[in-house]
Design a protein around this ligand. Structure first.
Ligand SMILES: [Fe+2]
Length: 249
């Protein structure tokens, strides 16, 4: 399998490229709108063709590139079926593996950051989205987030995977790229070291995070699989890859 971890600096998002050697097809997990051309050039450079984009959830901090990539190269849009987005071509559900040639992903419903959030397992790699981050986890105060649900998702579905499973998060804000289930179970400051559900809920309640600056545009835009809303203010247009241009113009 071909594999690349790609970084998008505006929202500090990791996009993952998975390529099948036999079919020469590629998947992008969580592609970000301003980086769509970079991602396609990486795929073309490896002699592959983008077949699918797959999102882990409806993001609040960036726009997915799913719709743009479909427009450009005809890739199909996959994502959590629970979101019931009309723009999704392939709704994913837990218990039904998603296959592209020799690449097989197991979708895992991991609610808590959002109610319909999914992680995807590929053998000994786990793409955790915003459920489990390196030394952290996604926030639980928006989009039907729920700290108890996130604790249960991580402790029952992710921490029960083999310790050597590699954790590839959707974000890192400190330059870290990969971790493991064993490492997060041992030392994640929010829920590693056998922290109880009550301790985790208290930590999440005490975070006092700022209101996400792009959420009011990202969520409606991502409900259309990554359409830049018309009313994005100028200082946020970089999230649409439109700095110096008007949205959709
Ligand atoms: Fe998120």
């Amino acid at each position: 399998m071909f594999f690349r971890q790609l970084f998008e600096p505006i929202s500090s998002t990791y996009t993952y490229m998975l390529g099948c050697e036999e079919t020469r097809q590629a998947i992008l997990i969580d592609p970000v709108l301003p980086s769509w051309e970079r991602d396609l050039s990486v795929i073309r450079g490896l002699g592959l063709k983008l077949a699918y984009s797959i999102d882990t959830h409806i993001h609040a901090d960036h726009l997915t590139a799913a719709y743009k990539l479909k427009q450009e190269v005809g890739s199909k849009i996959a994502g959590p079926g629970l979101d019931q987005l009309p723009c999704t071509d392939i709704p994913l559900e837990e218990g039904t593996p998603f296959s592209m040639g020799s690449v097989q992903l197991d979708p895992l419903h991991t609610p808590g950051h959002t109610d319909n959030h999914f992680a995807y397992r590929l053998g000994d790699r786990l793409f955790t989205g915003d459920a489990l981050l390196i030394d952290g986890c996604g926030r639980t105060d928006f989009q039907n987030g729920d700290a108890i649900a996130l604790y249960n998702s991580i402790s029952e579905k992710l921490f029960t995977l083999p310790g050597e499973t590699l954790v590839y998060p959707a974000h890192d804000y400190s330059g870290r790229s990969v971790s493991s289930i064993a490492q997060e179970k041992c030392r994640n400051p929010r829920l590693g070291g056998k922290k109880t559900q009550a301790e985790f809920v208290a930590i999440m309640r005490g975070l006092k995070l700022e209101y996400p600056k792009f959420i009011d545009y990202a969520v409606p835009g991502n409900r259309e699989c990554g359409v830049c809303p018309r009313d994005v203010p100028e200082e946020l247009q970089q999230y649409c890859g439109l700095v110096g241009h008007s949205p959709q113009g």
